[in-house]
Design a protein around this ligand. Structure first.
Ligand code: DGY
Length: 320
């Protein structure tokens, strides 16, 4: 009997095809709808491998009802949707997709920073809605990016890639990270700062840290108050790192100037979400790694990891 792979989202056939020869592949048939929990619970009962996305909550309960499960391969670098402790205890390998999305995510981070600073999406809406009456001296004026100070929270691979891009704008780079990166400091002149100092000194604060127990709600009222009133907060990591109510208050009370958000606490975010009502928020639907090449490269890593584990080999990109 062939081993069973269950894929929680409809993926391009070219990504899935290599698995079909050796394994029985079952796949949730919708691209834009999350697999319902009851379907997932039923499917995992016979699955040897689960190919997941960040929208699937892979809980202890799910894994405990999967007696044959050997691997959960997550199509993301983040893995906060998976109960790692439970996976470890149950002997289930968890893999993710680092490296291949680094540059693409850094591109978007800088893109969102620029869009927020220069009000690009807001300005386009003015034009498209027929509200462009005349060139106006102070209409849609934003914040300069060139030469500004960028504070990066979470200086991993993506943070470094974003910082290198920011150097092209002659930005000064501060960073805060669990561990200091002496080699990168020496090589590129990035400067380590304690979180409060980074918040006080930065014109742009870019969040690229993973969501963990330590980083949940890391940026809340107190931290937002430390930021400059002209500062822009950009989050390309996970929504739970910034307290959304406090961010809303800071943006409406003029504690900070603007925000660029690719991620939200609960996704998809409803259109009537308070943050989406604010003109000084540039919002995107979690697209940081969304280039065709990168998404296919991420899927390739998942496919390989599944083939490796089901073939009795040690895969790359193991989380636990
Ligand atoms: C990740 O990789 O963690 C992104 O958030 C989803 O692409």
């Amino acid at each position: 009997m062939k081993q069973v792979v269950y894929i929680t989202r409809k993926l391009p056939e070219e990504a899935v095809r290599p698995l079909r020869e050796k394994f029985t592949v079952r796949m949730w048939d919708k691209e834009d709808v999350v697999v319902p929990e009851e379907v997932l619970k039923e499917e995992v009962k016979s699955a040897h491998a689960l190919w997941t996305t960040i929208t699937d909550q892979i809980t202890r309960e799910i894994m405990e009802s999967a007696p044959n499960l050997k691997i959960v391969s997550n199509c993301a670098v983040g893995f906060n949707n998976i109960d790692l402790q439970a996976a470890k205890e149950l002997g289930i390998t968890v893999t993710h997709t680092p490296n291949v999305l680094t540059e693409t995510t850094a591109d978007l981070a800088i893109g969102l920073l620029l869009a927020s600073a220069r009000r690009i999406t807001e300005a386009e809406a003015v034009l498209r809605d027929g509200r462009w009456k005349s060139w106006t001296p102070m209409q849609l004026t934003g914040m300069d990016v060139f030469g500004a100070t960028l504070g990066i929270i979470g200086m991993g691979r993506i943070g470094e890639a974003a910082a290198k891009r920011a150097r092209g704008f002659e930005m000064d780079i501060l960073y805060h990270n669990r561990t200091r990166k002496m080699d990168t400091e020496e090589m590129y002149g990035f400067q380590y700062a304690e979180l409060d100092d980074l918040l006080r000194q930065s014109d742009f604060v870019l969040i690229l840290a993973p969501l963990t127990d330590e980083t949940r709600d890391l940026i809340k009222k107190r931290e937002l108050r430390l930021m400059k009133k002209t500062a822009v907060l950009v989050n390309v990591s996970r929504g739970g790192i910034v307290n959304e109510q406090d961010l809303y208050d800071a943006l409406t009370e003029g504690e900070i100037w603007g925000a660029g958000l690719d991620v939200f606490e609960t996704e998809p975010v409803p259109v009537n979400h308070p943050l989406l009502t604010l003109p000084n928020v540039t919002a995107l639907p979690h697209i940081a790694s969304a280039s065709i090449q990168t998404r296919l490269a991420m899927m390739k890593l998942n496919e390989r990891a599944i083939r490796d584990v089901l073939g009795g080999r040690v895969p790359n990109n193991i989380v636990v």
